[in-house]
Structure formats: structure tokens, C-alpha cells
Design a protein around this ligand. Structure first.
Ligand SMILES: [Zn+2]
Length: 139
């Protein structure tokens, strides 16, 4: 059986409540960051305390595009290339996140559709293991 290898370590995690994005949040003003930020970038905030935080799973599709052509490296995909949707999702925590949309029917996507964070296979690695990433599925 193949292993599940995250496309990048530390960006997402499986929790008891399901998959979550791993970022940070300012302890002073509450501004969320993904990926993690060591400092708060809010110009009105002077707090230096930033703590780890998790985000998701619920969001709304803000915009999307269909990738019809094979993108250049370092984008990963299996051969032969299959078109996929890339979406911008507004999470309930106030973040707008880029991610692939997990759907078999690209023609039915609509802005404003509720989506949910999932961790799914992105492609097969050279060693046969599954490379995984976060995606958003329609709910
Ligand atoms: Zn702050």
C-alpha cells in the first residue's frame, strides 16, 4: 500500500475534527495568516505575540478558473494531464485561500458555492507513494 506524503510539510494536518490548514493568528488583533507568519502584519497592531492556529473546514468559493493546459514545474500532476479547477475560497476565519477544487464536473462550478476542506491525492510520486494536498470539495 502506498504512503501519503504531503506536498509540503506543515501546511495542513489531519485533526480529530478532520483536515485543517495550519497557520497562525495574532494574539493581539486576531489577524489570521496562512501559511504561518512569525509576526503580525497588521499596521494598526503592535502586538508581537503570534500563535499557531488551524483553519477550516468550511468556506465559500469566491472565484475559480479551469486549468486546461499542463502547468510548468514545480506544479505536480499525473500523466496524462487532466484539466482541473483552481479556486479562491473564503474561509469562515477570514482568510482567502487558493486551492484545487475536488470535482468530477468542472462545468457545474459556481461562485458562491459552499465548499469544505479535504486532503486528497494530488499525484503519484516517483517512488509510487501518493503526494497529498489540501483541496476544496463542493458541499
Ligand atoms: Zn496583530
Amino acid at each position: 500500500m502506498s504512503k501519503q506524503i504531503p506536498v509540503v510539510e506543515g501546511l495542513f494536518a489531519e485533526t480529530a475534527a478532520g483536515p485543517r490548514l495550519v497557520g497562525s493568528k495574532c494574539s493581539g488583533c486576531g489577524t489570521p495568516y496562512f501559511p504561518r507568519s512569525p509576526v503580525c502584519h497588521n499596521p494598526d497592531c503592535r502586538d508581537q505575540r503570534v500563535e499557531d492556529a488551524t483553519f477550516g473546514p468550511r468556506g465559500t468559493l469566491w472565484s475559480f478558473t479551469i486549468q486546461h493546459y499542463a502547468p510548468p514545474p514545480p506544479v505536480k500532476y499525473d500523466q496524462p494531464f487532466q484539466p482541473y479547477a483552481l479556486g479562491l475560497v473564503d474561509l469562515q476565519e477570514g482568510l482567502r485561500i487558493l486551492g484545487r477544487i475536488s470535482t468530477d464536473n468542472l462545468e457545474t462550478l459556481k461562485v458562491g458555492t459552499p465548499v469544505e476542506l479535504v486532503v486528497e491525492k494530488l499525484c503519484t510520486a516517483a517512488d509510487g507513494n501518493d503526494v497529498t494536498s489540501w483541496k476544496f470539495k463542493l458541499v
